[in-house]
Design a protein around this ligand. Structure first.
Ligand code: EPU
Length: 344
């Protein structure tokens, strides 16, 4: 028996929800995963299957009645150069995302600095297309190696086949629940080219009298970490899953309608006929910033983050989510969609 039974998932979800899974297994290579899947298909195929990363984007609404899988495939392996400045690095899906970014910066492999300190693991980064400070991981992914959960066969998805979009990929839609990511190959650069146009990064360096020429990758990473720490609650202290909602993309007409009533509504262009508006702004204006409902609260420094004040259940967080959604819909006519995956 390689499957554990009745496993607590408390340390596998950053919301700090007490949930259990009927079955649980971790693996450190593809062969071990194939063995686990064999046992699952032989004996438990009537039960649902869920592959998790670090649980930083999950909300358990109840105990999970099936098998939870977690990768411990490690390793950061530089591959061949693509050209004189770019090269490929193959990384195990179970590597902690920020350990990878930290290792890149210290080895002189550049590109990922703006994505510093995002919680989660490398496998999930490629499913979720994580992003921050104007960067998205899709721009650094070369290919994603997967194993079919039904047949155990290996399949490599070149980045063009991953259908990446804002916080989205083929692994969240057509292929949802069908594959486990085993490795991700990244395309990184030997040259440091800072991107400072988003989220006030340039202003931070200007205020410190640091010019773009003087900026080092280490300093950029430390600054991004500093901003994240100042805005986002530490899940070890206050359970949370980062942004709870995605920033809604609305038509230009809808934006103009809302903007005529609320002229300070910020917006970021998406294409000719759509803009993205910050969900945090809508939630704050709807009066929810810092408010709680039982043991669930809207964080007082970043309205996009819902937090577990201690002992909250998944249902408590869901109740708050629905209340916030309802208020925003009533006030602005905009329906917010959770970024967090609900399980159960
Ligand atoms: N704002 C408010 N009230 C708040 C917070 C923000 O009104 O309490 C408004 C401000 O106008 C601000 C704007 O919202 O200018 C945007 O805020 P911020 O730059 O903090 O970013 P965000 O849109 O709230 C996104 C990502 C974050 C990422 C930051 C920084 C999504 C869903 N979230 O948040 O990602 O760290 O940008 O790039 O796109 C995550 O996905 O878990 C996450 C934390």
């Amino acid at each position: 028996m390689i499957l554990q039974q009745n496993k607590s998932l408390l340390s596998y979800n950053t919301f700090g929800i007490e949930a259990k899974s009927a079955l649980f297994a971790e693996y450190s290579n593809k062969e071990a995963l194939v063995e686990i899947l064999d046992e699952y298909h032989r004996t438990y195929s009537h039960l649902p299957l869920l592959h998790i990363g670090r649980g930083s984007n999950l909300l358990f609404l109840s105990d999970f009645p099936g098998l939870v899988l977690h990768s411990r495939i490690l390793g950061i392996q530089p591959l061949q150069p693509v050209d004189s400045s770019q090269f490929l690095v193959r990384v195990g899906a179970g590597v902690v995302w920020d350990d990878f970014v930290s290792s890149c910066v210290s080895r002189g492999w550049y590109g990922l600095e703006n994505l510093s300190f995002i919680p989660g693991e490398v496998g999930a980064s490629a499913v979720q297309n994580i992003g921050a400070y104007g960067a998205e991981v899709k721009d650094f992914i070369h290919s994603v190696e997967c194993l079919s959960l039904s047949t155990g066969e290996k399949r490599v998805f070149p980045v063009e086949e991953c259908q990446y979009a804002y916080r989205n990929s083929v692994f969240k839609h057509e292929l949802k629940g069908q594959y486990a990511v085993t490795h991700v190959t990244f395309r990184l650069s030997q040259h440091f080219m800072p991107h400072l146009d988003y989220g006030g990064l340039r202003a931070v360096f200007e205020s410190q009298g640091i010019s773009e020429e003087e900026l080092t990758p280490q300093l950029l990473r430390e600054t991004v970490i500093g901003i994240r720490k100042s805005k986002l609650p530490d899940p070890h202290i206050l359970g949370n899953a980062g942004s709870f909602f995605v920033n809604p993309i609305v038509s230009t007409e809808q934006f103009q309608r809302v903007n005529s009533q609320y002229p300070t509504l910020p917006s970021y262009p998406v294409d000719e006929s759509h803009v993205k508006v910050p969900a945090a702004w809508l939630i704050e204006q709807a009066g929810w910033k810092g408010r709680s409902l039982g043991s669930a609260a809207v964080h007082h420094r970043q309205a996009l983050v819902l937090v577990n004040l201690g002992g909250a259940t998944g249902q408590d967080i869901l109740r708050l989510c629905e209340a916030v959604r309802h208020s925003v819909l009533q006030k602005f006519g905009i329906d917010l969609h959770p970024e967090v995956n609900f399980i159960g």
